[in-house]
Design a protein around this ligand. Structure first.
Ligand SMILES: C[S@@+](CC[C@H](N)C(=O)[O-])C[C@H]1O[C@@H](n2cnc3c(N)ncnc32)[C@H](O)[C@@H]1O
Length: 323
């Protein structure tokens, strides 16, 4: 593959200076939070393709790493929850982007009483060689960057995230994925990759890359339409739908029988007893749904029990339990 990294630097240098209205834009509305005002230029230079800000992940988090900080929108949103000096470290390879983020965070301080610019530190650094100590981060995030990487660079970037996270720390990702393989004439086009249009992997490949980096628990939080690579413009036999996903990879050990990948499936027991115990750690109270990982869904389906319903993936897993 041609070296796409020069195209990436060129595109984001330009995008730091002049807002690109179509770059990465999606159906996901930016967070509106009480007391949070976002400078208009920061919003216009939001190049995320989903969100990595999930309030449920942020209780008790003291140190966040944000890789590919862009103009700083999500760094600001994450600092809303962390609220301490140096609580969020934003890293980017493009000096102009860091300069833009720095200026916009200063503007944010003018319009948000709770925000101090010291809450977000900015550093020049590369996702492939993070300027961060081992096991020092509670939560790491990247939005619409890793899809640009070649498979080898994706593996390196994920292993860097794994290295810097504390045990059980979370990596929150938002990226496009493809509904069928992107053909080489598009995947190898450096400009299309930089625009987050042709580097996308299939969802199972994307999740497998996280497991290969050592993440033992994976949660798919959202899955939405993103773009169509249409057959005329992109010389394809059929239109190719890209989706965008929000995924959390947790630095848990990988169980011997494989990773736990949660895609929103549930098990519901409706038998004669008060509860059903599969003897492997899953105790289902009658009538109450329990979120299960895909591996457990397959195992429970194999029991062939008529009083046990296993639902399909919703692609909207955010934990389970009502009490
Ligand atoms: C698509 S933009 C996303 C920006 C930001 N995450 C957002 O949601 O608005 C990708 C960002 O990653 C930065 N970037 C590109 N290559 C990088 C690398 N190897 N390491 C760190 N940042 C990189 C770009 O400069 C750009 O700011």
């Amino acid at each position: 593959m041609q070296d796409y990294r020069t195209a990436v630097e060129d595109l984001y240098r330009e995008a730091a200076q002049n807002a690109q209205s179509k770059l990465c834009c999606t159906l996901t509305p930016p967070w509106k939070l009480p007391g949070l005002s976002v400078p208009p230029d920061m919003l216009a230079k939001n190049y995320g393709c989903g969100t990595t800000v999930h309030p449920r992940d942020l209780a008790g988090v003291e140190k966040v790493l944000y890789v590919g900080v862009g103009a700083g929108l999500e760094a600001l949103q994450l600092s809303y929850f962390v609220r301490k000096a140096g609580g969020v470290l934003g890293v980017d390879t493009v000096p102009e982007m860091l300069e833009t983020a720095g200026g916009l965070l200063q503007q944010a301080a003018q319009v948000n009483d709770w925000f101090d610019p010291s809450f977000v530190s900015l550093k020049k650094g590369d996702a492939l060689d993070l300027p961060v100590e081992d096991e020092s981060i509670d939560l790491a995030a990247q939005n619409c960057l890793f899809n640009i990487f070649s498979r080898a660079h994706l593996a390196k970037a994920l292993s860097e995230m794994h290295r810097v996270l504390k045990p059980h720390g979370k990596l929150v990702l938002s990226d496009p994925v493809a509904t069928r393989p992107v053909p080489p004439h598009l995947a190898e086009d450096p400009r299309l990759r930089a625009e987050c249009l042709s580097g996308a992997l299939l969802l199972p490949e994307y999740l497998d890359a996280m497991v290969a980096a050592g993440f033992g628990t994976i949660e798919v939080r959202a899955r939405r339409p993103y773009r169509v690579l249409d057959k005329e413009r992109y010389q394809l036999n059929e239109h190719l739908l890209l989706e965008t996903v929000e995924v959390v990879a947790i630095k848990d050990a990988i169980p011997e029988d494989g990773p736990c990948v949660f895609t929103g499936r549930a098990a519901i027991y409706v038998g004669k007893d008060e509860r059903f115990d599969d003897g492997k750690g899953h105790v289902l109270e009658r009538d109450l749904p329990m979120g299960i990982c895909d591996k457990t869904a397959v195992a429970l389906l194999a029991l062939g029990k008529a009083d046990l319903m296993i639902t399909d993936s919703t692609w909207h897993y955010s934990g389970d339990g009502c009490c």
